[in-house]
Design a protein around this ligand. Structure first.
Ligand SMILES: NC(=O)c1ccc[n+]([C@@H]2O[C@H](COP(=O)([O-])OP(=O)(O)OC[C@H]3O[C@@H](n4cnc5c(N)ncnc54)[C@H](OP(=O)(O)O)[C@@H]3O)[C@@H](O)[C@H]2O)c1
Length: 290
């Protein structure tokens, strides 16, 4: 008899026909500094991925651009053959240059190659979820995504991709993508201190589309706030886990892909994200972005 997966804060969410835990894991931080090269502690990185799955996480976010190829290789090394319940989301639309930059690569031939590369490094016949990464390091930029998204929709038709999403996208680009093919998620930057997508999140919630915030803990500049620390101290939790609890509470369609290279932080984040926030806690936390 198989052991049931431990339940995680937030429960589950349907990404199309795939069920994932709302508490997922973002693998970007497993590569070397500034997401270039291998990790200094490869065994530690493999241990984080195995711990994530052992703790019941069924949604891992990655990209062939992380390392490049490093996080996909780590995921393969740590978890292949993948449990049936595990769903790996990846993204295409940018590559890496020698300086660690993220040059845009959204021509049809670039996207086809990136999908092939992800399939190869993850050793999969089809990718569960592919996000088209738009915009640039400054954030979402206006402009049509039609040619790029049509290419991904063709690859989906061919059976190489199960579900599509967009990342770093404007609300207009979300609508344009949906006019080409169904999307199951939008992955944009959002956290307690950066709430530019509040309206988009609420709109997506009404249509059953997931919103997956990247940099949920502030990314390369982790969240620091006296109000967050005060609420965390009152709840006897860590500030990072309270930031995650707030996201889970913010909207039912929010899925977490917080990153960490530490199994201790992963356990701490899971334990604390289940904390229950009172009306007073929420008022104080909602003040942070004002
Ligand atoms: N679509 C896009 O364009 C895009 C862009 C960026 C990221 N992403 C995705 O989003 C995921 C999440 O973003 P992210 O990992 O960059 O940022 P993040 O989740 O906001 O923050 C990760 C940072 O928080 C630290 N941290 C985590 N738990 C902690 C704890 N309990 N105590 C103290 N520090 C803690 C980590 O350090 P430790 O390693 O020391 O724990 C790491 O430095 C990525 O993994 C990636 O999959 C997507």
């Amino acid at each position: 008899m198989s052991t049931p997966a431990p339940s995680l804060p937030g429960g589950t969410w349907p990404l199309g026909d795939l069920t994932v835990t709302r508490f997922g894991y973002g693998a970007m931080q497993l590569a070397g500094p500034w997401v270039m090269g291998p990790p200094t502690d490869r065994e530690g990185a493999v241990a984080v991925l195995r711990t994530a799955v052992d703790l019941g996480i069924t949604h891992i976010d990655t990209s062939e651009a992380y390392g490049p190829r490093i996080t996909n290789e780590l995921i393969h090394e740590a978890l292949h053959p993948y449990p049936e319940s595990l769903h790996i989301a990846t993204k295409v639309g940018a590559t890496r240059d020698e300086q660690g930059g993220w040059p845009v690569a959204r021509r049809p031939e670039d996207l086809r190659r990136q999908v092939e590369d992800n399939l190869k490094s993850l050793r999969l016949d089809a990718l569960d979820l592919v996000n088209l990464r738009l915009g640039n390091a400054e954030g979402p930029q206006p402009g049509s995504l039609a040619s790029a998204f049509e290419t991904l929709a063709e690859l989906q038709q061919k059976g190489l991709i199960r579900h599509l999403g967009v990342s770093n996208a404007t609300a207009e680009q979300v609508t344009e993508a949906q006019s080409i093919a169904p999307i199951v998620c939008v992955q944009n930057m959002y956290n307690l201190a950066h709430r530019q997508d509040d309206r988009l999140i609420d709109h997506l919630a009404t249509t059953g589309v997931a919103y997956v915030p990247f940099f949920p803990l502030g990314g390369f500049t982790p969240l620091q706030s006296a109000a967050l620390s005060a609420v965390a101290a009152r709840l006897e939790a860590t500030p990072m886990s309270v930031a995650l609890a707030w996201l889970l509470r913010r909207s039912p369609n929010i899925l977490l892909i917080a990153g960490t290279s530490s199994t201790a932080h992963l356990r701490e984040n899971i334990a604390g994200a289940g904390v229950s926030l009172s009306a007073e806690d929420l008022t104080e936390l909602n003040e942070i972005s004002r």
